[in-house]
Design a protein around this ligand. Structure first.
Ligand SMILES: *Cc1c(COP(=O)(O)O)cnc(C)c1O
Length: 368
């Protein structure tokens, strides 16, 4: 039996020596907080996203969503619209500013249903946080239009969509800010927690740099009380190695997803999300819809050594954390249905053709 891991980490760090070498240099320099490597990674990262001149490294992807909201003076008494089917962090980042998360249902491409945003807007709404879930892209042109018409800010949760493109424009370059995670399991990762914010606004970038570092203008001047959520130099050193392979990472993921798409098109019991030709996914997760017997297929695959998963089995509005928001089952039927039929298969950059073929064979044999 073959073992097919969900995570890329074992393959990615099979030979960590070159990274150790750079870390030895860092340790000699002692430049552990906001060392020059942080600025180097920020610059490289702004280049990856393109069209955003500024990037600000922070402690986590969650900080990368929360800090721009705080910088835009969003907090208690305000409402922020986001998708009901997202990772907990999106809701947490909004709620911990003091603002109320307001959920909207998604479409079959996992992103917020733009036709349902306007009815969620109230006089208290201050921002929209679209989530580029699974490595797809939200309909940013329409979201920007709605935001403009209602005077709202747009902060993109691009934690799963790093490198994803819509009409040739990358995620994180549409809104006033783009939020990215460098968590070990994300497409561009480090050896622990990290995050990056992209923005076109020099003013916002400067405010974010102070917010992440106690509100400090310089060593002895504190302009306002802020946070301590810097990107560690140690992680930036690791990130500088990984960033060199980023195009390869998303290229491999796309190749693997294309292979699955082709093979699964032949299996009538499952389907994939619609693939909009103007959208280039990065396949943070490769998700199929299995209308019947999803859980049986999941445990069958796990028994065959394939680490299949479900992202995510319970939508945000039905979590205990959301009780105070007053939602109930049935409020977001698409997100709720997805939770019952979604299945994520390994798609990472280090999979071999044999492993991909094995996954397809196992799925086929289950339905046979
Ligand atoms: C990972 C993730 C986050 C948060 O990132 P952390 O670095 O773990 O804080 C936020 N939103 C989404 C959609 C994510 O997948």
């Amino acid at each position: 039996m073959m073992k097919v891991s969900y995570s890329h980490l074992a393959g990615q760090f099979a030979d960590p020596e070159p990274i150790f070498e750079s870390l030895r240099e860092l340790i000699k320099s002692g430049d552990f907080t906001l060392g020059k490597q942080v600025a180097e990674l920020e610059e490289k990262f702004a280049g990856i996203v393109g069209r955003t001149p500024y990037a600000v490294g922070v402690g986590t992807g969650t900080d990368a969503i929360r800090l721009p909201l705080i910088a835009l003076d969003i907090g208690s008494g305000d409402e922020v619209i986001t998708a009901a089917n997202t990772f907990y962090a999106t809701g947490g980042a909004i709620a911990t500013t003091g603002a109320r998360p307001v959920f909207v249902d998604c479409r079959d491409d996992f992103c917020i249903d733009v036709d349902k945003i306007e009815r969620a807007i109230t006089p208290k709404t201050k921002a929209i946080v679209p989530v580029h879930l699974m490595g797809a892209m939200s309909n940013m042109p329409r979201i920007l239009e709605i935001a403009k018409a209602h005077g709202l800010e747009v902060v993109e949760d691009a934690c799963q969509g790093m490198g994803a493109e819509l009409n040739g424009k990358r995620s994180g370059s549409f809104g006033v800010a783009g939020s990215f995670s460098l968590h070990p399991l994300k497409n561009l990762n480090v050896w622990g927690d990290g995050g990056i914010i992209t923005t076109n606004s020099l003013e916002l970038a400067e405010k974010l740099k102070k917010l992440r570092n106690h509100g400090l203008r310089d060593r002895d001047h504190c302009d306002f009380f802020g946070y301590n959520c810097r990107l560690d130099t140690l992680h930036a050193v690791v990130g500088l190695h990984i960033v060199e392979t980023f195009d390869w990472i998303i290229g491999e993921r796309r190749k693997h997803a294309d292979f699955y798409d082709q093979e699964f098109a032949k299996i009538p019991q499952m389907r994939v999300a619609p693939r909009d030709p103007n959208m280039r996914w990065v396949h943070h997760n490769y998700v199929v819809f299995v209308d019947k017997r999803r859980d049986e297929l999941l445990s069958f695959l796990v028994k065959q050594g394939i680490e299949a998963k479900v992202h995510y089995p319970i939508p945000l509005h039905l979590q205990k954390a959301s009780e105070y928001l007053g939602y109930k089952k049935g409020d977001f039927p698409v997100a709720e249905r997805h939770a019952e039929i979604m299945l994520s298969l390994p798609v990472h950059q280090h999979l071999t053709q044999d492993e991909l073929g094995y996954v397809v064979d196992c799925v086929r044999s289950f339905f046979r």
